[in-house]
Design a protein around this ligand. Structure first.
Ligand code: FPP
Length: 247
């Protein structure tokens, strides 16, 4: 099936997932297969990001969440960390205006205080430039770890309870969610992980409670619209029960 045929099929099927999250994995292996250094794989991964963002808009997905850099990634060799930081700046410099034109609202989620000052400035710029858009929300998770996010929310709740602003009984799921980076976003309907790995890797542990999982064998730099639509078509064939029985 061609990509265009796949797209019309998922549109006809109805119920396109509102929120798709992706763990973009396999850049290093993609580079190694070509006897190239790892940052070469990340650079090609950036092109895949562009393609998948366009594909998400065409399919009518409302929120696209991409795991770009984990807290654990800070422990990679310095050269790779700086290459990733520069790529982030480059991505924003090259894409910000086009994202703005396409109606994409960009949000960066994570411990952004650890970013280098130029990367942090670029992040601030693109978030304010696109804040008013509503066609697609692009959540880029940078310096993100889900356990740290949950702890941060818990500390904020504890501080409010200690100060008498909140009672223990008022600590509901809704109250908790307001304090996560994803506040205001629906939970992901579909999580895609590329390169065949079958792990969650500290990504959106709270938000993924009822999310459908799709593992693609494709390495991230080779992932594009077509693979995105295949995952969506697979999702549409599933029955989501949220812990209940079938209707
Ligand atoms: C995982 O592959 C990928 C990353 C750690 C970085 C993801 C970054 C990009 C896709 C490019 C930058 C994107 C933006 C938006 C600036 P890996 O290195 O763990 O691959 P491996 O498992 O094969 O070693």
């Amino acid at each position: 099936m061609t990509t265009a045929e796949l797209l019309s099929r998922i549109r006809l099927n109805g119920a396109v997932p509102r929120h798709v999250a992706i763990i973009m994995d396999g850049n290093g292996r993609w580079a190694r297969e070509r006897l190239m250094p790892r940052p070469f794989g990340h650079r090609s991964g950036m092109k895949a990001v562009r393609e998948v963002v366009e594909g998400a808009i065409e399919a009518g997905i409302e929120v696209l969440s991409l795991f770009a850099f984990s807290q654990e990634n800070w422990q990679r060799p310095m050269t790779e960390v700086s290459a990733l930081m520069s790529l982030l700046e480059e991505y924003i410099a090259r894409e910000a205006d086009e994202l703005e034109e396409k109606g994409v609202r960009v949000r960066m989620l994570g411990d952004l205080e650890r970013l280098t000052p130029p990367a942090a400035a670029a992040v601030d710029r693109v978030m304010s430039q696109t804040a008013h858009n509503d066609k697609l929300t692009l959540n880029l998770f940078i310096s993100y770890g889900s356990r740290a996010e949950i702890l941060r929310a818990t500390q904020s709740i504890a501080a409010d309870v200690a100060a008498g602003r909140l009672t223990a009984a008022e600590v509901t799921e809704e109250e908790f969610e307001k304090r996560l980076f994803t506040a205001g976003c629906p939970d992901p309907d579909l999580l895609i992980r590329t390169s065949g790995e079958q792990r969650i890797s500290n990504f959106m542990l709270w938000q993924l409670a009822y999310t459908e999982l799709f593992i693609s064998p494709v390495l991230w730099p080779d992932f594009g619209r077509h693979q995105l639509y295949e995952a969506v078509a697979d999702y549409q064939a599933r029955e989501r029960r949220f812990g209940r029985v079938s209707a």
